[in-house]
Design a protein. Structure first.
Length: 247
């Protein structure tokens, strides 16, 4: 593992990341959405404590994990310390050392990150620039502004995305959108109740674990049925996108 520091010395409370570390079924479901795209040289923006990266690192040649929060980087470095093909950059994307971005990437991935960034268009444009022609950008973001509530506020979500909005921003950055679908239909209900009705201000790790165990299989089954009768899932708590840099 290689370590690079070029950071604004930010800190992220990250209670949602700690909880997700105990949700391998949910994280695995997300990574499945990008099957076949994460290979070769990969950059992950907002790598957190490595929950996502540890699911794909065995399948790639090398990875640059970008994370600006110093407290998360410390845990991230510890979790990938035994991997010589991994470089950790403690920085926001636009401050990553140019030498680390000199060789173009086969894929880029952002999971629950883009919604935290005020200028999301600038980040998408920068990722377009560092990808190879034919390279894939894999994105997972929260959807439906209608369910934005206290749970979004406590983890500093700037926004939740509409499907058309995310598609337009990807196209404006130069990408061809290969896939853009809602995911986690049933997850809308607990998020709405907790964040909009009960207005909770603490991430419920036990509730998240229960949903990963019981809710994820149920919503996967529901969405499998919907996929056979509809062109796409009509609604969901999240959006998954795969966008390609044209050759």
């Amino acid at each position: 593992m290689h370590h690079v520091t070029d950071s604004p010395n930010t800190h992220y409370a990250g209670q949602d990341l700690e909880a997700l570390a105990d949700l391998p079924r949910y994280t695995g479901w997300i990574i499945e959405q990008f099957h076949g795209h994460l290979h070769g040289r990969v950059i992950e923006v907002g790598a957190g404590i490595g929950n996502v990266a540890l699911r794909y690192l065995d399948d790639v040649d090398s990875a640059l994990l970008v994370e600006p929060a110093a407290n998360l980087c410390q845990k991230l470095r510890a979790r990938v310390a035994d991997r010589p093909n991994v470089t950790v950059a403690e920085a926001v994307l636009h401050e990553v050392a140019p030498a680390l971005l000199a060789e173009p990437f086969d894929a880029a991935i952002m999971v629950n990150v883009l919604e935290h960034i005020p200028d999301d268009a600038a980040v998408l444009q920068r990722l377009f620039e560092v990808l190879k022609p034919g390279g894939a950008l894999c994105i997972f973001v929260p959807a439906m502004p209608e369910i934005y509530g206290t749970l979004d506020e406590i983890v500093d979500h700037v926004r939740r995305y509409r499907r058309q909005e995310l598609g337009d921003k990807l196209q404006a950055a130069g990408f061809t959108v290969q896939r853009l679908d809602y995911l986690d239909t049933l997850g809308i209900v607990p998020w709405f109740i907790a964040g909009k009705v009960l207005k909770r201000r603490k991430y419920d790790a036990l509730g998240a674990q229960a949903y990963a165990r019981f809710g994820v299989p149920m919503t996967r089954a529901l969405e499998a049925v919907l996929s056979r009768v509809l062109p796409r899932t009509p609604i969901g708590k999240s959006l998954v996108a795969v966008a390609i840099k044209p050759r």
